[in-house]
Design a protein around this ligand. Structure first.
Ligand code: PDD
Length: 281
C-alpha cells in the first residue's frame, strides 16, 4: 500500500501526472524516516523538518502535519513493516509548465515504505570515502528533491569503490552526499554548524545530544580538508547509515585505519535510543 495525499491504495493504482512539478522541476521536499521493530524513529523531528523545508520554498502542506504523521504511521501498519524506511515527498502539484508558482495548484503528497536491514557491516567495520568539491546551491538546509549534485557525488564515490563522498567548499568540509560529517580530535567532536550550507540532520541532533550527555565537548565549527585527513577519528551520520565510522578517505587512512573508540561509544548510546524507541508503541 502507498499513500497518495489522504488515500491509501495499491502502488499500481497510484497515478502521478507527467506535469507534476516535482517530476519536471524537482519542485518539492522529502523525508526518509527509519522504522525499527515496527516503530517510527524520530518521527516528530522528521515531520517538523518536512514542514520547515516546505515553508522555506513557500509550499503549502496538503493537510495538517499531525494528520500526515498519523497517516505515515498507518502506512507502516498497513504494510506490516518491521524494519525499513518510509519515504515521503510533497511536490507543488500539477500545473501547466511555467517556472514561477502556478496560480492555483494543490500540493501532492506521496509516501511508501521499503523493507531494509540495518547497515551492520558498514557500521561495524567502517567505510571508505572520497573527497569531492561541494557543487550544490546555497540552500542545502532545505531537504529538496533536487539531488543531482548529491547523486553525482555518490556515483563518483561508487566508481572509486567507496560508500560516501565527503564534500568541501574550497578547503572547508561541509557534509557527505547523504550524511553529516564529524571529526574527533582529542575527545572533542567537531562538525559543521547548522546554516544554509548543510542539512540539519535528525541523526545529527540526536548524536550531538548523546555526545553532550556523555560528557564530550561538541564544537559546531567547520573544519578543513587537512584537519579531516589528519584527525584521530571520522564518522558520518544519517537515517540510513546511522553512526558509521570512516576509516579511509581517498588514499589516507584515518587514525589507525580502524573504527575509533569515541565512535563506538556513540554507536552504543544509539542502540539504547533505538531500544527505548521500540519500547514506545
Ligand atoms: N539523507 N545531509 C544530507 C545531504 C542528506 O541527504 C542527509 C540524509 C543527511 C542526514 O540527515 P538525517 O540524519 O536526517 O537522515 C545529511 C537521506 C537519508 C537520504 O536522502 O536518503
Amino acid at each position: 500500500m502507498i499513500l497518495l495525499n489522504r488515500g491509501f491504495m495499491e502502488r499500481d493504482d497510484a497515478i502521478v501526472d507527467i506535469e507534476d512539478r516535482g517530476y519536471q522541476f524537482g519542485d518539492g521536499v522529502y523525508e526518509l524516516i527509519r522504522v525499527y521493530d515496527g516503530v517510527c524513529f524520530e518521527m516528530e523531528g522528521h515531520v517538523q523538518r518536512l514542514k520547515l523545508s516546505s515553508l522555506k520554498i513557500e509550499l503549502a502542506l496538503p493537510y495538517p502535519l499531525e494528520d500526515i504523521a498519523r497517516n505515515l504511521k498507518q502506512l507502516v501498519e498497513k504494510n506490516g513493516l518491521l524494519n525499513g524506511y518510509i519515504y515521503v515527498q510533497i511536490t507543488r502539484g500539477v500545473a501547466q509548465r511555467v517556472h514561477h508558482f502556478p496560480g492555483s495548484v494543490s500540493s501532492v503528497l506521496v509516501a511508501y515504505v521499503q523493507h531494509a536491514e540495518r547497515p551492520v557491516e558498514k557500521t561495524k567495520h567502517g567505510i571508505h570515502a572520497i573527497l569531492t568539491e561541494d557543487i550544490r546551491w546555497k540552500r542545502c538546509d532545505i531537504k529538496s528533491l533536487n539531488l543531482l549534485p548529491n547523486v553525482l557525488a555518490k556515483q563518483l564515490a561508487k566508481k572509486h569503490g567507496c560508500d560516501e563522498a565527503i564534500m568541501h567548499r574550497g578547503s572547508t568540509v561541509s557534509e557527505g552526499s547523504s550524511t553529516n560529517v564529524y571529526i574527533v580530535e582529542r575527545n572533542v567532536i567537531y562538525t559543521h554548524p547548522i546554516n544554509n550550507l548543510i542539512l540539519n540532520g535528525i541523526t545529527r541532533i540526536g548524536v550531538l545530544q548523546m555526545a553532550r550527555e556523555n560528557g564530550f565537548r561538541v564544537v559546531e565549527e567547520a573544519f578543513t580538508v587537512n584537519e579531516l585527513l589528519e584527525t584521530d577519528e571520522v564518522f558520518v551520520t544519517s537515517t540510513a547509515l546511522e553512526i558509521c565510522p570512516v576509516i579511509q578517505i581517498d588514499h589516507t587512512l584515518i587514525g589507525n585505519g580502524k573504527p575509533g573508540l569515541v565512535t563506538r561509544t556513540f554507536q552504543q548510546a544509539f542502540e539504547h535510543r533505538i531500544a527505548f524507541n521500540s519500547g514506545i508503541n
